[in-house]
Design a protein. Structure first.
Length: 377
């Protein structure tokens, strides 16, 4: 089947949906609203009306977030019924992101209950229980007496062997982070494998967008590795996800070994995306001002401030990488229309729309000022 036959229908349908994504004015109104109630009320006459209904039925932001996650996962299931047979494995692999995130949430609840000995009853209602790719009983995982039995509840899925393999490390370290990294790596391995059925053009387009998403994931883990775990370079490289677009193994190694990793990453971003230079400079100045008190501080308090400043600066790079992802999406939408890029662009833009709504709702619940909310968007 040719590209035109494969993509003509889905391209027209998805571009129509993209045109209905919430405009900036709505996000501005939500940021300026006086309360969570006022903020979420602005969704009433949009495609997110069910989110507003869920919140006003329960008064619970987490219920609204669950509805947002349910809607986003549903987009993949719906699209799988619209695309041609050759695209179904790719769309199915993309949906794995939500299954893995939901699995992580279930494992975190198990960990809190069994390792940290915390009460979890109030949080079990925030798990997705609909099937996404595989039949997973999240309640069996949460209620398993041991992590090995949680793995048994995943029998028949690609996740069970990972949980079994990582169980000794989780119990020895008292942390889920190696298991969560392994799950992220598995997602991208499966996604990359699904590209093999696509055309050469589609593979190039998809790998470029996926590469930016991998960069964002690696930055997130880089923050944890260097700031919270003090992990050595070789182990950090082993844990990173391959096939990033801008942050290859050498770039990650250079940034990780640097005393100023953000400076190294910023230089790379400026070189590849000069249109972001002004944005990066303004945000770096803001991060530098926020970090200034820590430079003269010693002792544990000073170390804590330096750690906070490091997280802030690396989070800045993560936000800039999100801008890069949107630049790549705009290039896709402005170029040759009959590729898998329109599918990825749709999911990226919808995901960004939902991320911004979640950010707004939580910011309002914490009473953030408008300027801080807008900077987080």
């Amino acid at each position: 089947m040719g590209a035109l036959q494969t993509y003509a229908f889905i391209n027209a349908k998805l571009r129509g949906r993209i045109s209905k994504i919430l405009p900036e004015e709505v996000f501005g109104q939500m940021a300026r609203s006086g309360s969570v109630d006022e903020c979420i009320q602005l969704l009433r006459d949009t495609d997110f009306a069910t989110v507003e209904e869920a919140y006003h039925r329960t008064g619970d932001i987490k219920t609204a977030e669950l509805e947002l996650m349910r809607r986003e996962a549903g987009l993949y299931r719906e699209l799988n019924g619209l695309v041609s047979e050759e695209l179904k494995p790719f769309v199915d692999a993309l949906a794995g992101r939500f299954e893995i995130e939901n699995l992580k949430n279930a494992l975190r609840l198990w960990f809190d209950a069994n390792v940290r000995k915390r009460g979890i009853e109030a949080r079990t209602g925030y798990l997705l229980r609909e099937r996404i790719r595989f039949p997973i009983d999240v309640d069996a995982i949460v209620n398993a007496p041991t992590l090995e039995q949680a793995a048994a509840a995943l029998a028949g899925t690609p996740y069970a062997p990972l949980v079994v393999r990582e169980t000794p490390r989780v119990l020895e370290s008292g942390s889920l982070f190696t298991l969560e990294i392994a799950l992220d790596q598995l997602f991208y391995q499966q996604l990359d494998a699904s590209l093999e059925a696509l055309s050469d053009r589609d593979r190039r387009v998809a790998r470029r967008l996926i590469g930016v998403e991998i960069d964002i994931e690696n930055i997130g883990w880089l923050i944890r590795f260097k700031t919270f775990y003090g992990m050595g370079l070789e182990e950090a490289l082993t844990r990173s996800i391959p096939r990033g677009l801008n942050l290859n193994r050498e770039a990650i190694a250079e940034a990780y070994a640097s005393e100023a990793p953000v400076t190294a990453l910023s230089a790379l971003v400026r070189k590849r995306y000069p249109e972001l230079s002004a944005l990066l400079s303004s945000r770096e100045r803001g991060a530098g001002e926020a970090a200034a008190p820590s430079s003269a501080s010693g002792g544990p308090e000073g170390t804590g401030r330096r750690r906070t400043a490091g997280v802030s600066r690396l989070a800045l790079i993560e936000r800039v990488l999100r801008e890069i992802l949107l630049i790549e999406v705009r290039r896709i939408l402005g170029g040759y229309p009959f590729t898998v890029g329109v599918i990825m662009a749709y999911f990226i833009l919808k995901g960004e729309e939902i991320r911004r709504i979640v950010t707004l709702l939580n910011a309002k619940s914490y009473g953030w000022p408008e300027d801080r909310i807008l900077s987080a968007l």
